[in-house]
Design a protein around this ligand. Structure first.
Ligand code: CA
Ligand code: CA
Length: 452
């Protein structure tokens, strides 16, 4: 079984959460946003703050008229606020501000009554039958499942997707009120421009019907469909001061089937299919495996010259991989805090994929002694990256200047070149000295931290 030291990370997050924080205020006795919260919701991405500041910048729903400011307390409210019809809301470009209040669960029916995996299952599907039919002893290792049971699984997936995929249109700000959560949802920012997501707590976009692929890797894999947030072919997106995690439905609680983890989660924040000009700042990503995929295919197509993303002042704690994994994009990764303490579930942090150009500056890594420094960079077919100013500390020992790229290159061939071929200019001011990053990110990243 895969082991996780969740208690340790939970304690860190709880401790951090106890640091004096100024939360987004709601008016006493109501869940209506206060005038201050309304002012905060109209904030736009600061000038020069990452790739999303390019050109017209990122303003989200800041131009919303009073009639386009709403509070969503459940899935139905959220769909209504986004335009009224989830199948067409992606085309609603009216400027709008949506406050999230309380816990919004995506796995509900039209009356906001909970739906279980059994409610979504097609009559032709059962997990027991699926496991019997596609056991490698029966089906073999050479091809993906096909046939009646796989078709029934796909129909079941469509039933769940219709509830949990929630589409966001252009010119939208979604902002969380104190204590709010979005659970089990895959927020889809697809084919749109100018979206701001702030102060939100995203948890556990679980898939009831993972797919089995015996040809994925050397031992096959179970793969799932939903990210908590997917930025698909969209531009000018600012993802700021949010929490992303598996909640209490962590991977270590799932069974093994065919000897492989039954993975019910996909990404936390995937940026794919020609998406461009995205700034990801001051978020906490924790207790999850595949975290931030920037580019989902090696195919030379829509991603060329796109997938430009800035990732700064985020915390990544108890994460398996992809923080981020990059293809094609010029991606500025600076002032992030990596906490890597479970060697059993850890895979790598920076995935250097085809045509990628990661520029990593002043990041801090806190690792357990069992996590090797040469394992933090991984080569997925890329050839270059720039790394400056990384500090690594083991436990409570003093931090040391370490080049993770040099460590990778010493341990592996071929080497990854040390010049990404570009220098970031879209930074709002001087970046944080690495020695201050752990403390600053611990205090300021995540939901509930925006200063008003
Ligand atoms: Ca994904
Ligand atoms: Ca080498």
């Amino acid at each position: 079984m895969r082991k996780r030291t969740l208690a340790a990370v939970g304690a860190i997050v709880a401790t951090v959460g106890a640091v004096a924080m100024v939360t987004l205020p709601a008016q006493a006795g109501t869940s209506r946003p206060s005038p201050k919260a309304r002012e905060l919701a109209r904030q736009v991405l600061p000038a020069g703050d990452g790739w999303a500041a390019t050109g017209t910048g990122t303003t989200g729903g800041s131009a919303a008229g009073d009639a386009s400011i709403s509070v969503a307390r459940n899935r139905t409210d959220l769909v209504a606020a986004l335009g009224g019809d989830n199948t067409t809301n992606a085309t609603n470009d009216t400027p709008k501000i949506i406050f999230v209040s309380g816990r919004i669960d995506a796995n509900v029916d039209a009356d906001n009554e909970p739906l279980t995996c059994a409610d979504y299952a097609d009559p032709g599907y059962s997990l027991d039958a699926f496991l019997a039919a596609y056991d490698p002893e029966v089906w073999g290792w050479d091809s993906k499942p096909s046939g009646e049971l796989e078709d029934a699984r796909v129909r079941s997936t469509k039933n769940q997707a219709a509830q949990v995929n929630i589409s966001v249109g252009s010119n939208t700000t979604i902002i969380g009120l104190p204590g709010s959560q979005i659970r089990g949802m895959n927020l889809l920012v697809k084919g749109v421009d100018n979206v701001v997501l702030r102060n939100l707590t995203f948890e556990d976009a679980y898939d009831c019907f993972p797919a089995w692929n015996p040809t994925d890797g050397s031992a096959g894999n179970w793969n799932s469909k939903y990210d908590t947030v997917t930025v698909h072919g969209s531009t000018h997106v600012w993802v700021d001061h949010n929490d992303f995690s598996d909640g209490n439905n962590t991977d270590d609680t799932q069974p093994l089937y065919f000897g492989r983890p039954y993975q019910v989660h996909d990404g936390l924040l995937d940026i794919i299919k020609g998406a461009d000009l995205v700034t990801v700042s001051y978020n906490r990503f924790f207790d999850h495996d595949k975290t931030m995929l920037i580019g989902s295919t090696n195919t030379v197509g829509v991603d060329v010259d796109k997938l430009r993303v800035t990732v700064h002042h985020n915390m990544f704690a108890n994460i398996g991989q992809r923080t981020p994994r990059v293809r094609f994009g010029q991606v500025d990764v600076y002032n992030n805090y990596y906490r890597i303490t479970d060697a059993d579930t850890y895979e790598y942090s920076w995935g250097v994929g085809v045509y990628s150009a990661i520029y990593a500056e002043n990041n801090v890594v806190v690792r357990s002694a069992e996590v090797a420094v040469e394992d933090i960079v991984y080569n997925w077919g890329g050839t270059v990256m720039t790394e400056i100013g990384t500090l690594v500390r083991v436990g409570a020992q003093p931090p040391q200047t370490v080049s993770l790229l040099d460590a990778f290159n010493t341990a592996n061939d071929p080497d990854i070149g040390t010049d990404a071929g570009w220098t970031p200019t879209l930074r709002p001011g001087p970046i944080t000295p690495t020695a201050q990053v752990q403390r600053l990110v611990s205090k300021q990243a995540g939901a509930g931290r925006i200063r008003v």
